[in-house]
Design a protein around this ligand. Structure first.
Ligand code: FNR
Length: 188
């Protein structure tokens, strides 16, 4: 069986992040041929072009991790109708130095959970714009806007609602198909 490695970003630095919980659920429900590695963002300094000539270890590690995966998944909250600054900072790091954009042609999907009813819809539109500019191969459908309630998601990533579980399982299956399609024409 061919397996594909997905590097996932959790866009929240919160120790009680509902998006981290969602990431655990997605990993549990993903097809067997997907493997996962987290791409950490919390130790990155704020990006400056001054670093381009000599990336610090955290920046180099970020780019090496992305280079080693087949695809990227963003699991992120919406902050003030956009994406969290920590996540944007990580994307800026990965996109540089100029000419060495780590996201170029990488199969990519995004999903997010919110305590609000719109489930990160506006934040995801912002993230789509950023990742389109970074030339990621974005999965356009299905979209996934998760309204988080604690009765549905266990801390361990268990999902206690059948329709939510089916939806998330299908989302990850579609992402696997998207990865295969992109890699067929744009091998990493
Ligand atoms: C939020 N929250 C929020 N929710 C939302 O639906 N739309 C928004 O624009 C915002 N904006 C926002 C800004 C900031 C600075 C914070 C701290 C929070 C609420 C957000 O959905 C909630 O805090 C989630 O728990 C965030 O996800 P994590 O960090 O738990 O994964």
């Amino acid at each position: 069986m061919t397996t594909y490695t997905v590097g996932y970003f959790v866009g929240s630095l919160s120790s009680r992040s509902i998006n981290r919980t969602l990431s655990k659920a997605l990993i549990r429900l993903a097809p067997d041929d997907l493997e996962f590695v987290e791409i950490p963002i919390k130790d990155l300094p704020l990006y400056s072009p001054d670093y381009d000539a000599d990336f610090p270890p955290a920046g180099t590690a970020l780019k090496e991790t992305i280079a080693g995966v087949d695809a990227v998944l963003f699991v992120s909250p919406e902050y003030n109708r956009s994406i969290p600054g920590a996540l944007k900072n990580a994307i800026d790091w990965a996109s540089r130095p100029w000419g060495q954009n780590s996201f170029d042609h990488v199969p990519t999907a995004l999903i997010g959970a919110s305590i609000g009813a719109i489930g990160t819809a506006v934040g995801q539109q912002s993230l789509r714009g950023v990742m389109a500019f970074c030339n990621a191969r974005l999965m356009t459908a299905p979209e996934a806007y998760i309204h988080y309630t604690p009765d549905v998601f266990g801390d361990d990533g268990s999902v206690h609602n059948e329709s939510t579980e089916t939806f998330l399982r299908n989302y990850m299956s579609e992402f696997r198909d998207h990865i295969v399609r992109v890699l067929t024409v744009l091998p990493r």
